[in-house]
Design a protein around this ligand. Structure first.
Ligand code: NAD
Ligand code: WQD
Length: 348
């Protein structure tokens, strides 16, 4: 069994999609993990699945991080944290447009409470989940960390921009270290098919919509727009396997713990550096699943950008991290996860 000799890491939002995969990687690298999650977008069963994969049950606390009393009590009783990875946030772009205050309150108050706890209880190291959404539609591609931050397209995107600013102005003053990781489009699932993305209701994101269509939960996929200025007319994104993404967090945590950071506040793009169009993603899915996907080309989705992919040279060079998994591996693992979900709900 893995020994806890690397330190104790608090993972907020650890029952969620990216958080759960990161907890697995942390435990497998010998970190002791404590999860805080209010299960607003996840299920307690995820903690069981994590334990099934790693053989170690992470300590789990269910409460809302916007509650300072609860957050303070947690810090009070956990005085030996080596670092924090802060995933907890709401992430649905459309929902944020419908109820912006709910998004500002959840995403900003939870971050402020975490920072307050770090300041008061002397926890130094924070990894923060940021997003490529902060770039909007970049003027040149691939997009670099130094590219200008554009006017936000949604309250959700704005919470990520504001969070980065809150961090930028807080770290120096309070003697903290932060690494903000700007994820591109996370997709796929753990190879065990025990954890994966669990969208509540109708998925907004492309890949869960594809797998749910293929399994028969949705009638057809709407491909939003075929008149973009791209080789096949459909929009381009940088899809990255969630396990590759999870591994980057371990590198970031180690960099901070070992004192390897070059400034108090570092930012890294996490993508593959390759863009795939919606039609290319569909082709990959059809190839690995052996299933023909029912899809229709429809109008563009409002608020969508045309194309974006990452310049990953900073993460490759500085972190020594590189994504390893191909688009086919992303699609196959996402499909196996959908099949596993269908099997487990058939059993009930
Ligand atoms: P997720 O919804 O699966 O996970 C977030 C978890 O945080 C959930 O389990 C939820 O219950 C929990 N949570 C939310 N608010 C909370 C609160 N106030 N207190 C306690 N727990 C709370 O989302 P994810 O896809 O794993 O995303 C993780 C992080 O990465 C988020 O910050 C998200 O904005 C960011 N991100 C995600 C994507 C993506 O496409 N998935 C892309 C870029 C950035
Ligand atoms: C990908 C492509 C769609 C669904 C969102 C957030 C962003 C970030 C990642 C958190 C686009 C097309 C999709 C469908 C489709 N999240 N599509 N039919 O829009 O790049 O980014 O998730 O930070 O902030 O905005 O991801 O998966 O929704 O879409 O044709 O049913 O697939 O138009 O081109 P997106 P997505």
């Amino acid at each position: 069994m893995t020994q806890y000799n690397m330190g104790k890491i608090l993972v907020t939002g650890g029952a969620g999609y990216i958080g759960s995969h990161t907890v697995v990687e942390l435990q497998q690298q010998g970190f002791e993990v404590i999860i805080i999650d209010n299960l607003s977008n996840s299920h307690a069963g995820v903690v069981d699945r994590i334990a099934e994969i790693t053989g170690i049950r992470p300590e789990f606390h269910r409460f809302d991080l916007i509650d300072w009393k609860e957050t303070k009590a947690f810090f009070e009783s956990h005085r030996d944290l080596s670092g924090i990875i802060h995933f907890a946030a709401f992430k649905a772009v459309g929902e944020s447009v419908e109820d912006p205050l709910r998004y500002y309150r959840n995403n900003l108050d939870s971050l402020i409470n975490i920072l307050q706890g770090m300041k008061d209880y002397k926890v130094k190291n924070l990894v923060f989940s940021s997003s490529c959404t902060v770039y909007g539609q970049p003027d040149s591609l691939p997009v670099k960390e130094t590219s200008p931050i554009k006017e936000a397209w949604s309250p959700y995107g704005n919470t990520k921009q504001m969070s980065e600013q809150i961090l930028r102005f807080s770290v120096g003053t309070y003697g903290l270290k932060t690494i903000a990781l700007r994820y591109f489009n996370p997709t796929g699932a753990h190879e065990s098919a025990l954890i994966g993305e669990l969208p509540i209701g109708i998925p907004n994101n492309l890949v869960p919509f594809i797998t749910q269509t293929a399994i028969g939960k949705r009638e057809f996929l709407r491909v939003f727009g075929s008149d973009y200025d791209t080789p096949d007319g459909t929009a381009i994104r940088d899809y990255i396997h969630v396990v590759d993404l999870a591994k980057a967090h371990i590198v970031a945590v180690n960099r901070m713990i070992s004192g390897g950071t070059k400034s108090d506040f570092e930012i890294f793009n996490l993508g593959t550096g390759n863009g795939f169009s919606v039609l290319e993603v569909i082709r990959s899915f059809e190839k690995v699943s052996g299933k023909k996907l029912n899809y229709r080309i429809v109008e563009r989705r409002s608020g969508d950008i045309e194309k974006v992919w990452a310049d990953t040279s900073l993460a490759n060079g500085e972190l020594g991290w590189k994504s390893e998994k191909s688009i086919d591996e992303m699609m196959l693992s996402a499909w196996n996860w959908e099949l596993a979900l269908a099997k487990s709900s058939a059993k009930k």
